[in-house]
Write a protein that binds this ligand. Structure first.
Ligand SMILES: Nc1ncnc2c1ncn2[C@@H]1O[C@H](COP(=O)(O)OP(=O)(O)OP(=O)(O)O)[C@@H](O)[C@H]1O
Length: 349
């Protein structure tokens, strides 16, 4: 088990309102951690507190086990890459990357080697003499990453670094960034509001809402076992319906009883049930099965997204086969597809 490089203990931040509320978080060495949540939930504030650009109203920030609350940004072994590249427009690519090394008064030979190594890492060897303005957005962002990494920080903070790029380039860069992180072995703390980006890149995803951490876990855990309705709704599409636990392995929702997996809820407890659209299968209607009327079927490129009206609830189903609107349909799923969560009002998102 590698050790914690960053720890947040009881971090709160108050402006006119409280924007972070008693945050506890551990980040391990070489981990790729993503802070994920809707706009305004406090992700950037948390990153700025880790970077030292903002001080917490309460709580402590630890780096390798030592409190660093009073350490200014340039004395922390932490670098930041912002959404806007913040490169020096009057310096060429080489000088942009060399900047931090010159401040540290390294010799020209070492600077040349390091800059060349970084350009290789970000796939832009040969770009040394190019002007910043002559580069595309994606290339500028790579240079910004190279400029941050050349200082060999222990932790790199990235605030929506791919936000300004188009979808195709963003997807390419997601994979490249993940590979780069593995190659350099530096801890990355990454901020995004894009759930797919978070699931693709991260070792650990921290889902936030309203200044609080909702759930921390691996992408697979967060997706398959959301701890509350907010996480279920924010990560991927989901149907959330109210239910009641009848027994450890029996739950009632939509007026029917279903076998389920034991999630440790009490008998007669009111709960929320999450059904993922991709887990539901449309089939011939039969006795005892959940069924309803198809009200819409929209082609989404890979699959159809269909809405089935079941009593007064609409369920979304994804399928590669289309069911015509107006037809009656049965809906099949397994006990494992029924995710049961503590009852909670959905906010934000
Ligand atoms: N310097 C400040 N003064 C007052 N309020 C601030 C300040 N910085 C942030 N806030 C408020 O704190 C809340 C959290 O902002 P923050 O930028 O951390 O959210 P975010 O999750 O990063 O959002 P986004 O994805 O839109 O960047 C917001 O309500 C914001 O208006």
């Amino acid at each position: 088990m590698s050790k914690n490089i960053i720890e947040l203990k009881g971090i709160s931040k108050d402006y006119h309102i409280r924007v972070l509320d008693r945050i506890n978080l551990c980040v391990k060495e070489n981990e790729f951690v993503t802070l994920l949540g809707p706009s305004g939930c406090g992700k950037t504030t948390m990153l700025r507190i880790i970077g030292g650009f903002e001080s917490p109203s309460e709580g402590e920030v630890f780096f390798n086990g030592k409190v660093i609350n009073d350490l200014p940004p340039h004395k922390r072994q932490i670098n930041t890459v912002f959404q806007k590249y913040a490169l020096f427009p009057h310096l060429n690519v080489y000088e942009n990357i060399a900047f931090g090394l010159r401040i540290k008064k390294f010799g020209e030979k070492k600077i040349r080697e390091d800059v060349s190594g970084m350009l290789k890492l970000v796939g832009l060897s040969g770009f040394e003499k190019r002007d910043i303005e002559s580069l595309s957005g994606g290339q500028q962002q790579r240079i910004a990453i190279a400029r941050a990494l050349v200082n060999k920080p222990k932790v790199l903070l990235l605030d929506e670094p791919l936000g300004a790029l188009d979808l195709k380039l963003r997807k390419e860069m997601q994979l490249e960034l993940k590979n780069m992180q593995k190659e350099v072995g530096i801890t990355f703390i990454y901020v995004t509001h894009d759930q797919e980006e978070a699931l693709t890149m991260s070792d650990t995803v921290v889902v936030m809402n309203n200044g609080e951490i909702q759930q921390t876990g691996t992408p697979v855990d967060i997706y398959n076992e959301p701890e509350n309705a907010f996480v279920a709704d924010f990560i991927g599409e989901s149907n959330i319906v109210e239910g009641i636990m009848e027994d450890d392995y029996l739950v009632t929702f939509l007026g029917r009883k279903f076998e389920c997996v034991d999630y440790g809820f009490g008998r007669n407890e009111e709960i929320d049930v999450v059904l993922r659209p991709e887990d539901l299968v449309i089939t011939e209607k039969s006795e005892g099965m959940l069924s309803g009327t198809v009200t819409s079927a929209i082609f989404k490129g890979v699959h159809y997204e269909m809405i089935i009206q079941v009593d007064d609830v609409e369920l979304m189903v994804q399928s590669t086969l289309k069911s015509e609107p107006g037809t009656e349909a049965g809906i099949k799923f397994t006990p494992e597809d029924i995710h049961i969560m503590k009852k909670q009002a959905i906010s934000g998102g």
